[in-house]
Design a protein around this ligand. Sequence first.
Ligand SMILES: Cc1ncc(COP(=O)(O)OP(=O)(O)O)c(N)n1
Ligand SMILES: Cc1ncsc1CCOP(=O)(O)O
Ligand SMILES: [Mg+2]
Length: 211
Amino acid sequence: MNPHRRQRQHSPRGLYLVTPDDADCGQLSARVAPLLPFATWLQYRNKAADPALRRHQAAALQAMCAEAGVALIVNDDPALAAAVGAAGVHLGADDGDIAAARALLGADAIIGVSCYDDIDRARAATASGADYLAFGAFFPSSTKPAARRARPELLRQAASLPLPRVAIGGITPDNAPALIAAGADLIAVIGGVFDAPDPTAAARACRALFT
Ligand SMILES: Cc1ncc(COP(=O)(O)OP(=O)(O)O)c(N)n1
Ligand SMILES: Cc1ncsc1CCOP(=O)(O)O
Ligand SMILES: [Mg+2]
């Protein structure tokens, strides 16, 4: 097995950086590279790219993450995660089931599941072998304006489940403390870092919230 896939942490905490849609491979790598020192995990998410571009970008990010010691998690697509040797996959409600992803990626893979505002979905994902539970959107998101909204109390409620809790949706270094106080182990961020005037400073500030 590729040794860089074996990066599963038992109690991951920190910044879960998620990529913006960017069709320019060189530009995407250049935007991500200075941020990796502050990320616990990186998710490759590109809702606009065709399969060839997604494959190319995921492979480039996997090489960068392996070098930086950051786990790469591919959004939506277990086959792409397997093809590039990523550490895991993130599955939403329309992205297939956990068992199929586990069969493809193996016992060491990180499989994350979107639970939105639904604690019953979180319980079911836990029982099905998920590795983390993602909740949100907690704040208005310019990346995904129609995202279902959740309240921070849900993070407290999910403390009864034995998995890391990821918060997503409109998160910035300024509004994240309320979510961390409510129990978020990781904050998943796109615009709050990549659209910040100084993305490196924003990523550093996100990480500092966990120290
Ligand atoms: C960490 C994390 N949480 C939630 C999502 C959203 O997944 P999904 O509902 O499948 O929506 P898309 O991202 O595919 O638009 C995520 N990607 N990552
Ligand atoms: C994928 C996703 N799911 C809920 S909100 C969201 C987008 C997160 O991006 P941002 O951090 O820019 O709000
Ligand atoms: Mg999805």
